[in-house]
Write a protein that binds this ligand. Structure first.
Ligand code: PEP
Length: 254
């Protein structure tokens, strides 16, 4: 049975002290929430990952992810971080393909496929992000775009590799804009995505993969969006930087 997940992408925000502080505030806020099989993940800036992991102590309610990862094991890739380096600090999850990486760092499907393969080879779980731009939705190409993003980077994987994949549908026009896809738009796309996985693999792969929605999720809209049958939680940007808001969104994950 697939898990519900709320993941926070902190982007290029918070220094070391602030990161540790926010984790401790979130821990306090969620102390009484029963997580059960659900998962809470946060993705701090990479240089602060080791500090938050080391500070975690026995509280394992929160898991940590990198915001990005390079495909090479090591070498002349100035400024990058490899799977092995992440594993060395006990980080076993990474975001890949966030729209800001695609847009500002020109990451394309070919590169993302290499990163996906490197993560899988190193047993790093992937939160794979994708989504259409506004012009794609307006020209009604959104299904086609999403299909190609997923196919090009993921559909060469073996069925067993899918236990390491979480999908995150993030329409670019909804990220950081305050505009959210309606719960119906999210459900429509998530059902389409699940069906794609089913057609390319099997029903059980499709039923077991968590598909998160991302794009201006806030406490006020989380419950309605997460209430849709194919929405298995969210990837949260802005609202993940405030412990009380993030905790409310976590509470919306039933
Ligand atoms: C994101 O960056 O993944 C995101 C969803 O941001 P926001 O929640 O701020 O729209």
């Amino acid at each position: 049975m697939r898990k519900k997940i709320v993941a926070g992408n902190w982007k290029m925000n918070l220094n070391r002290t602030e990161s540790i502080q926010l984790v401790s505030e979130i821990s306090k806020e969620i102390k009484d929430i029963k997580i059960g099989n659900n998962r809470i993940i946060v993705a701090p800036v990479s240089v602060n990952l080791a500090a938050v992991v080391e500070n975690q102590g026995n509280d394992k309610k929160i898991e940590y992810a990198s915001q990005n990862m390079h495909f090479a094991e090591k070498g002349a890739y100035t400024g990058e971080v490899s799977a092995g380096i992440l594993k060395g600090i006990n980080v076993n999850i990474t975001l890949l393909g966030h729209s800001e990486r695609r847009e500002y760092f020109k990451e394309d499907d070919v590169l993302l496929k290499q990163k996906v393969d490197a993560a899988i080879a190193n047993e790093i779980e992937i939160i794979f992000c994708f989504g259409e731009k506004l012009e794609d939705r307006e020209s009604e190409n959104h299904f086609k775009i999403v299909e190609s993003q997923i196919k090009n980077a993921l559909f060469h994987l073996k069925e067993s590799d899918w236990s390491k994949i979480v999908l995150a549908y993030e329409p670019v026009w909804a990220i950081g804009t305050g505009k959210t896809a309606t719960p119906e738009q999210a459900q429509e796309m998530h059902a389409f995505i699940r069906n794609l996985v089913k057609e390319n693999y099997h029903n059980n792969v499709a039923e077991n993969v968590s598909i998160l929605y991302g794009g201006s999720v806030k406490p006020a809209n989380a419950q309605e969006i997460f209430g849709k049958p194919d929405v298995d939680g969210g990837l949260i940007g802005g609202a993940a930087l405030k412990a009380d808001m993030f905790a409310e969104i976590i509470r919306a994950m039933k």
